[in-house]
Design a protein around this ligand. Structure first.
Ligand code: ADP
Ligand code: ZN
Length: 436
């Protein structure tokens, strides 16, 4: 029999009417809060002729304006904060499109709520105070490490805040401390698993039982591989910095979709072109409205993640709707080694360098468990006749510029003029061979 560990049954198994009642009350209060405190929201709501008191039912959500990643960039660093600075007790951030991160501010209550969301997430994977949880998500501005850390602390587990990297040491502590749960990206989990295998450590030397993996897309095939390599149950977890970080949605033991923490966020699926809300079950763009956040509430944030919502009752007893695995993105954002990368950023760098033609191809691959990027770019006729030394210098300049603006290391390949295939329609500039 499957044990459906539920951290907070009063919240996670609420009748639907009760969830909706909480959602409406919180939505009304968050709309009031942003209208009164954030010029961007006030301006957009005024433009649409919507006042906070117009939100009378949950269906009225559709009258509220959308927000986007570009809004966070335009309002950098703190223009979307809705609480006075003295109430902001934490700032996190994520890679943005200009080399500057997008930032999120949290009040004390926000941190409490986020810890609760993450405690439910870990709880669903079976976490209790008897567990030792190794957090191998990066610690720092990135929400992964501290987000999982707070949830694990709330559960009362023994937390090992090792952060990512240094795989041999990860495995040593895993063995010596009898770590029972692991939190990291699915690609890092695979790498840890393969390293354990290479080191010839039998799984019987480890006490690992489950893991919570997210922050990047992965597949059922990858789940199987991780489960085999580590001898665990591998759970999918979803989140994004703009909404709070990890813990927005989490898988239960059914491993069939992620329950959305609906007392803290309202999820919608919209048609990305018409922007109209779609019924449950239809595939579209996932949009979130935060309803408990004070520091930086988000109204109808367009994630650009494609997915479906499932409102069927779940065997685990939770009543929160589920989102299925992310099926892709509506924009061209790539996630490379955990960094959000837009091809347009790379293009901006390339066109700023003398001697390069605006013809390029970005090839992303995954060797073992590490993403690699190769950028082929055409040089102009004049440059092509330069010496090897000059060309090497140019390559170095490009890769340094990309590293500093985009935040990733790329292998640069200079190619002859007119050698990159021209397209008659929309140019195809990205080849992603990772099969995600
Ligand atoms: P994080 O700090 O969690 O990486 P970011 O804001 O940098 O947050 O990135 C969020 C994006 O990461 C999401 O919009 C989504 O595209 C991707 N993501 C996060 N978790 C998952 C997951 N479990 N499956 C697929 N994609 C995910
Ligand atoms: Zn469930």
């Amino acid at each position: 029999m499957i044990k459906h560990n539920i951290w907070n049954p009063a919240a996670e198994c609420m009748p639907r009417e009760q969830i909706r009642a909480i959602q409406l009350k919180r939505l009304q209060s968050v709309v009031r809060r942003v209208y009164d405190n954030v010029p961007l929201y006030r301006g957009r709501m005024d433009e649409k002729g919507v006042k906070p008191e117009d939100i009378r039912t949950l269906e009225d959500l559709k009258y509220l304006p959308f927000t986007q990643k570009t809004d966070l960039r335009d309002e950098y660093p703190t223009g979307l904060f809705a609480a006075p600075r003295k109430e902001i007790v934490r700032i996190h951030g994520s890679s943005g499109t200009t080399g500057k991160p997008i930032l999120a501010g949290y009040t004390r209550n926000d941190l409490e709520n986020w810890s609760e969301m993450m405690a439910r997430t870990l709880g669903a994977a079976g976490a209790t105070e008897d567990d030792t949880i190794q957090i191998a998500y990066g610690y720092g501005l990135f929400t992964g490490g501290l987000g999982a850390h707070q949830g694990a602390t709330r559960v009362g587990a023994t937390v090992v805040p090792i952060s990512s990297g240094n795989t041999a040491r990860q495995i040593m502590l895993m063995k010596d401390l009898g770590t029972t749960m692991l939190c990291c990206t699915p690609s890092y989990a695979t790498h840890i698993g393969e390293t354990i295998q290479e080191m010839g450590i039998p799984l019987s030397d480890l006490k690992l039982r489950a893991g919570c993996f997210g922050a990047e897309p992965w597949t059922e095939a990858m789940r199987q591989r991780i489960e085999e390599l580590l001898g665990i149950k591998a759970m999918d977890i979803y989140g994004l910095t703009e909404i709070c970080g990890p813990g927005v949605a989490y898988e239960c033991m059914m491993q069939h979709g992620m329950h959305i923490n609906e007392d803290h966020v309202i999820a919608e699926i919209i048609d990305p072109i018409t922007e109209e809300p779609l019924p449950y079950g239809e595939k579209g763009e996932l949009v979130f409205t935060t309803i408990s956040k004070e520091g930086m509430p988000m109204l109808r944030y367009r994630t650009h993640d494609l997915c479906q919502l499932n409102a069927e009752p779940c065997e685990c007893g939770r009543t929160f709707v589920r989102m299925n695995r992310i099926m892709g993105r509506t924009d061209d954002m790539l996630i490379i080694r955990g960094v959000n990368v837009f091809p347009s950023q790379i293009e901006t760098v390339l066109v700023s360098i003398d001697g390069l033609a605006p013809h390029y191809m970005i090839e992303v691959d995954r060797k073992g468990t590490t993403d690699s990027v190769e950028i082929q770019v055409e040089v102009n006729e004049g440059v092509f006749t330069d010496t090897v030394g000059q060309l090497e210098g140019m390559k170095k300049q490009i890769s340094e510029r990309i590293k500093s603006v985009v935040g990733i290391s790329a292998n640069i390949k200079l190619v002859a003029p007119k050698s990159i295939p021209r397209s008659e329609g929309k140019a195809k500039r990205v080849i992603d061979k990772r099969k995600l």
